[in-house]
Design a binder for this molecule. Sequence first.
Ligand SMILES: [Zn+2]
Length: 285
Amino acid sequence: MVKKIKRRVGGGRPAAGEQAPPPRFHGLSGQAVPPPADVEGARLELTCGACGDVGEYAVGTLMLTREASFRSIRHLGDHWGFTGDARCRKCGAGDAWRLTDRSFADLVELALQATLAPSRARVKYGEMRLFDGTVTRFGAQAVAHLEALIAAKPDDPFLRDRLGNAYRVGGRPELAIAAWKAAIALDPGHMPSLYSVGDLLVDAGRPDEGLPYLHRCMLAARTSPLPHGTKRELVLGALDASMAAFRKSGGRTRLLPAGAAVPEPLDVASLGLRDRDRLADLLLK
Ligand SMILES: [Zn+2]
């Protein structure tokens, strides 16, 4: 049996189509699909192709492509991968992983389970594709690709934001926060990064650190150049995260930013979907 670790990928709330954290998942039809809110991350025994060291690593979500064949490790070829940003503990490489006999058997078992009980599948069929179409097999490759793009365009907040998302699905939340903060340093009104930092910190039980970012995201909605639909989804996401922090704190935290010309609702605890939509509209006006 493969050991399970519980890990959140992409946040628990429905992020906007624009904001589903890349690397995006593509179903077999090629259509982009958001990663599941909660996935069971796996641990696999892997051989580092760079130095030959064998070890067990947290790999996040396992991916298989249509071409995957389980006749032998050799036949499985390159048709598997994972979202986790796993790095070899001996040499640091993260882009040349090979299965061992044991992890091949684990993968066969997981694929069989996925066929028998698709709703509880711990293997995803599809591939990881970055915003520019680049397909990656391992989380570390996505990170390396984005880092190379950033080296060529260091002042682009969009690329830093994407790197943050890659780190998040790669299982490195602190590096994700650092990348998003770098995007915000370049563009103080960068709504996607403001939302992502706030959401992750609130989710991690650090509302005092996270809420200022969610509030800034709400305030940035009026002036942000993003499409209206994208801004609305981000504002709704920020409201949801802020409400979650409010409930968790027993009503101690502020739902809305101090500078918003929006009346604080009287009873945040019983806010319904309609109130949530109304608040978003007010914040976007
Ligand atoms: Zn190595």
